[in-house]
Design a protein around this ligand. Structure first.
Ligand SMILES: NC(=O)c1ccc[n+]([C@@H]2O[C@H](COP(=O)([O-])OP(=O)(O)OC[C@H]3O[C@@H](n4cnc5c(N)ncnc54)[C@H](O)[C@@H]3O)[C@@H](O)[C@H]2O)c1
Length: 365
């Protein structure tokens, strides 16, 4: 039995042939359609769990499974190591995603989860902003945290909203400075600002995305402030117990929409709220856009912790393109024996028994 393996070069081919804008647009459409139609109450999507450690550096490796009961389940393994960019020249988030046949357990596919995560995280923020944010022309997007996720936040939001200007802050000034070059393809002016201008960023913005790697126990990123009417915030970076980006006072006077309520209560901004202070989740609002639009005039927050169903949809987009473009390798990864009751029957007929395999091994050494 074969497993479809997508290599980095296959993903690159898909990006080049489809184009970044078209790919983002299709992902946004698939997520909107998927979340508004799927019966997530019937799906098996447990809150994320994993290994958390402080040595050799603070980091975690977590697993995010999703069984939509459509014959296959996905499992994303995601690592978060905020020292990666400076120490190893690697992204903070490194991830892979696999698909399994839920009839047999067979590994059907394996592909990257790093780009697919960044794409779906941006796309989910764009959908939440479309539902809850202001739609007027000339929007100012305030960005706090200018790392990898910030690129796809800017890209995805620019596909759905008339953003005129981005005001960007990062505690690392080089990250804020380089955002202009990394997002040059969306042709929206980027103004980097330092910490002294953070209040200006907050008070001038119509939309804000927070996507920092602030350490647990160190948040929030700023104090409550006098926001513009109808401000919408995508809180993207808060995805760990004890990690917060937003002040609780601001959350309490906002309409807060979690991506995944159960998970957000454990590791999102919703940790800071009582259950009755939390609004409908994103799937409910996508099914009932009028319910979301009724909130547009007030302060709204999308508490994004990362949804395994979004990973499923993002990965499927690439697997579908791989099939259409005949990309990817078909490998026999699993040792499927000819006799299901005998694991050693993967040995070829030329090696009649495990005893022969032992003799061959002794001769070879
Ligand atoms: N919600 C989701 O679905 C989702 C998906 C992916 C990543 N994330 C989270 O988003 C965050 C950003 O991820 P990334 O891949 O962009 O990481 P990254 O390391 O590439 O970028 C994070 C940036 O935040 C900056 N930063 C840290 N603390 C700050 C502070 N107090 N003020 C201003 N800037 C600060 C860092 O200097 C860095 O440039 C992480 O916390 C990650 O766990 C969430």
């Amino acid at each position: 039995m074969h497993t479809k393996l997508l290599a980095r070069s296959d993903i690159e081919t898909i990006l080049l042939r489809v184009g970044l804008d078209a790919l983002m647009d299709q992902l946004i459409d698939r997520l909107r359609d998927g979340f508004s139609k799927a019966d997530l109450a019937q799906a098996q999507i447990p809150a994320r769990s994993g290994l958390h450690y402080t040595s050799p550096d603070f980091g975690l490796i977590e697993w995010m499974p999703a069984n939509l009961k459509q014959g296959k389940a996905s499992l994303k393994i995601v690592g978060y190591h905020p020292t990666n960019p400076a120490k190893r020249g690697l992204p903070t988030i490194l991830s892979t995603l696999s698909f399994y046949d839920t009839r047999s357990g067979h590994l059907m596919g394996l592909l990257d989860g790093t780009l697919t995560t960044a794409l779906r995280t941006g796309a989910m923020s764009a959908l939440a902003t479309e539902l809850l944010g202001s739609q007027r022309d000339g929007l100012i997007l305030g960005l706090i945290g200018c790392g990898a996720q910030s690129v796809t936040q800017c890209h995805a939001l620019s596909r759905l909203l008339p953003i005129a200007r981005i005001v960007a802050h990062d505690r690392n000034p080089k990250a804020a400075e380089s955002l202009r070059q990394r997002t040059s393809f969306i042709s929206i002016p980027v103004e980097p600002v330092d910490h002294g201008e953070l209040t200006h960023l907050l008070e001038a913005s119509d939309l804000i995305c927070t996507c920092t790697s602030e350490e647990p126990g160190r948040g929030p990123l700023f104090r409550d402030f006098a926001n513009r009417p109808g401000l919408h915030i995508n809180a993207v970076g808060c995805d760990f117990p004890g990690k917060f980006e937003l002040p609780v006072e601001l959350l309490r006077r906002s309409y807060v929409c979690p991506d995944f309520r159960e998970q957000a209560l454990i590791e999102g901004e919703c940790q800071q709220l009582r259950p009755e202070e939390i609004g409908e989740d994103i799937a409910t609002l996508l099914r009932n856009p009028a319910m979301a639009h009724a909130q547009r005039d007030q302060l709204t927050v999308f508490d994004s912790t990362g949804h395994a169903f979004a990973d499923y949809i993002s990965a499927m987009l690439f697997l579908d393109y791989a099939t259409e473009m005949q990309l990817g390798a078909e490998l026999e990864v699993e040792c499927i024996p000819t006799d299901p009751l005998n694991p050693y029957s993967i040995l070829s007929p030329a090696v009649p028994s495990p005893a022969d395999a032992n003799r061959i091994q002794r001769t070879a050494t």
